[in-house]
Design a protein around this ligand. Structure first.
Ligand code: ZN
Length: 158
């Protein structure tokens, strides 16, 4: 399937919208506990689950460090970027990384497991490898930028 950044981003936003946080599930009387699945200390709303939670913050911080150490690019991911994606030009790779991270957090939340940065790294690198293998099936616009962040991240971790 040929997913552009835009459609991937929309797809992930949709995932979040239909995502039942513990706050929502408690409101619907599906659960008694509205606490966060990861830290169990704060109410689990979308902002907390995908950004404010210490466990998740740790993931975003390590991701920024990984990008900097691998590519030399300083990227600061804020709450708005996590919810809406980065709207500026040339943010294709970063938006893919943000989307993959959100997907990973959703998966961990769904399976009631703690998120781990090393696992997220593998998740992102695997995505890059699959993209590269399918190189001929994509036009350049939809393919990995050879000098882009995603390519560099996967090169050092294959
Ligand atoms: Zn939490």
């Amino acid at each position: 399937m040929n997913l552009t950044c835009q459609t991937l981003s929309i797809r992930i936003q949709y995932t979040i919208i239909i995502f039942g946080t513990n706050k929502l599930l408690k409101k619907m009387n599906i659960t008694n506990n509205s606490n966060c699945t990861f830290c169990k200390s704060f109410e689990e709303n979308l902002c907390h689950l995908f950004f404010d939670c210490q466990q998740v913050r740790d993931i975003w911080n390590k991701l920024e460090t990984w990008i900097f150490e691998t590519t030399g690019k300083i990227i600061t991911i804020g709450i708005k970027d996590v919810i809406f994606g980065i709207l500026s030009q040339n943010s294709y790779d970063t938006n893919i990384i943000i989307s993959l991270t959100k997907q990973y957090i959703s998966l961990k939340r769904y399976n009631k497991q703690q998120p781990h940065f090393t696992e997220l790294k593998t998740y992102i690198v695997k995505y890059c490898i699959i993209k590269k293998k399918n190189f001929t099936n994509y036009d350049n616009k939809h393919n990995l930028n050879k000098t882009g962040i995603l390519t560099k991240l996967s090169m050092n971790n294959e």
